[in-house]
Design a protein around this ligand. Structure first.
Ligand SMILES: Nc1ncnc2c1ncn2[C@@H]1O[C@H](COP(=O)(O)OP(=O)(O)OP(=O)(O)O)[C@@H](O)[C@H]1O
Length: 307
């Protein structure tokens, strides 16, 4: 188990993280979300032992993870960290990069392992391409494969799919997270993307103003967002009578107290996001077809949030 116990950390005077505590079980998928600058990357770096903590402790199993004051080499053996800037060897091939830290003692096994890893990150066709000729997204996939090559016990991923296009992202996410679960590798992901969290995470935390403002199962946090900031991570939402209501929870009905006037419609693929006026305030709801600006209608809040 990873135990983060009441940590405090500042780069300068103001704390970037304070009173941060949470536990992650072996094999669990844990997500860290928060606005830009909320300390997600800093938290991953602290878990990796990049900096010394001002207060608190971090343990993996019974071993304390200590910073550079105590270690010449940053990062414990059993842990891998994939930063936003990936550090690859440009003049050798994808396969050579992935195999760089694998033992040469059993060449056949090494070849098989590289093949397996190339499949996980869907880079088989680029096995013999030099990394310098790859796109940003392809390089990010090499970095991911390299991080799992030696089968760490725990992997820290900072925005792991940020450079990868939407075509590849969906299948890559499934492939990587499935692989990590199968191998029982604990995975901690800092992300802006709810698609990294909702379908895959066992637990998540939300950082704001240097502290954890929510910690729990994604389903619970999604269904009961405590603040507008949390709701905004998941999608378009409204505050109606002091309650947070997602756009998809509103439906048009014949009569209700919520009388709105349509302002604009945005095509979203399988639905339209409708912007409407409710007593001088903008309100957003989803509808299956486009509505004319100026149309007056009534809305109802659906009961089941997942509908
Ligand atoms: N090396 C550093 N020296 C000083 N301040 C830093 C350093 N790295 C980060 N910060 C500051 O610490 C705060 C948290 O940064 P961090 O990169 O952890 O946020 P983040 O949530 O990962 O942001 P993003 O989502 O944009 O990657 C920010 O205010 C940032 O400016």
């Amino acid at each position: 188990m990873l135990q983060v116990k009441n940590i405090l950390f500042s780069y300068k005077k103001t704390p970037v993280l304070k009173a941060v505590s949470f536990n992650v079980n072996q094999g669990e998928h844990y997500s860290i979300i928060g606005e830009s600058g909320s300390g997600k990357s800093t938290l991953l770096k602290l878990l990796y032992g990049t900096y010394d903590l001002s207060e608190g402790q971090i343990f993996w199993k019974h071993e304390e993870i200590l910073g550079p004051k105590h270690n010449l080499i940053i990062g414990p053996e059993y842990m891998k960290y994939v930063a936003q800037e990936f550090d690859l060897m440009p003049f050798i091939t994808v396969a050579e990069n992935i195999g760089a830290f694998l033992s040469n003692f059993y060449p056949e096994e090494k070849k098989e392992r590289i093949k397996e890893l190339l499949n996980v990150v869907e880079l088989m066709p680029f096995a013999n391409t030099k990394v310098k000729y790859l796109s940003g997204g392809q390089k990010q996939r090499v970095a991911l494969a390299r991080a799992i090559a030696k089968q760490p016990e725990i992997i820290l991923l900072d925005e792991p799919f940020s450079h990868i296009d939407n075509f590849k992202k969906q299948s890559l996410r499934r492939s990587l997270f499935k692989y990590l679960k199968e191998k029982n590798i604990t995975c901690i992901v800092a992300t802006h993307d709810k698609e990294d969290v909702l379908p895959f995470s066992d637990q998540m935390i939300v950082l704001h103003d240097a502290e954890i403002i929510a910690n729990g199962k994604p389903e619970d946090i999604y269904n009961n967002p405590k603040t507008p900031l949390i709701a905004s991570f998941f999608g378009e939402f409204n505050t109606i009578n002091d309650k947070i209501v997602y756009a998809h929870q509103l439906e048009i009905v014949e009569k209700s107290e919520l009388k709105v006037t349509v302002v604009k419609c945005y095509f979203k693929g399988n639905y339209y996001l409708v912007e409407a006026d409710l007593d001088g305030k903008s309100i957003f709801f989803e509808h299956f077809k486009s509505l004319k600006p100026g149309l007056k209608t009534s809305l109802n809040i659906k009961k089941n949030k997942l509908q």
